[in-house]
Design a binder for this molecule. Sequence first.
Ligand SMILES: Cc1cc2nc3c(=O)[nH]c(=O)nc-3n(C[C@H](O)[C@H](O)[C@H](O)COP(=O)(O)O)c2cc1C
Length: 201
Amino acid sequence: MEPVNVAVVYYSATGNLHALAEAIVEGAEKAGAHVRLRKVAETAAPEAVDANPAWARHIEDTAGIAEAGHDDLEWADAVLFGSPTRFGNPASQLRRFMETTGPLWFQGRLADKVYSAFTASNTAHGGQESTLLALGNTFYHWGGIIVPPGYTDPIQFKSGNPYGTSHVAGDGAPGDVALDAARHQARRVVETAAALKTGRA
Ligand SMILES: Cc1cc2nc3c(=O)[nH]c(=O)nc-3n(C[C@H](O)[C@H](O)[C@H](O)COP(=O)(O)O)c2cc1C
């Protein structure tokens, strides 16, 4: 059996989502998947970026990460999408990428894949669940198989978000609990995608 192909497609302005994405990559690779880590293109005006040193620095630090393309989605058996909360919704940068996928969707090429999502917000009740659920709306339209972490591992009773890994960025960079939850979510996605791949073969 071919290994499962996983694409991790994310947007991060100041590094929190990037840290979660790296833990997702780690978890997926450990579970035996081939993984592509892909950021989406920055669309903010350079003046806006430059006005926030942490944002400008993060762009520089992640210059070597390839930008997501349609080929990454087509290649993948499973895709994990990561976005910061923006007023309770996914960031426009990630939405913009998702909204370029009409031609793939129309041909049914996004259907039957496994999808899952992760997020961060500044505050504990700042819209993490609504952001994850909003990403899920698109997965429904694509005909995806949504795999949430639920409470399927003891780490979920510590991280506390069954919809997807989430982190309160106002408390600092993601720590062990959020990173372990990300690794668990990735493992669960890979195991589900592998079972589907085996069954279909
Ligand atoms: C325009 C904008 C809207 C935001 N809206 C929210 C929000 O609704 N709730 C919240 O807790 N944080 C909000 N934030 C904070 C971001 O979610 C937080 O900075 C982000 O999760 C950090 O992730 P990153 O380091 O990967 O960019 C907002 C930030 C911006 C710039």
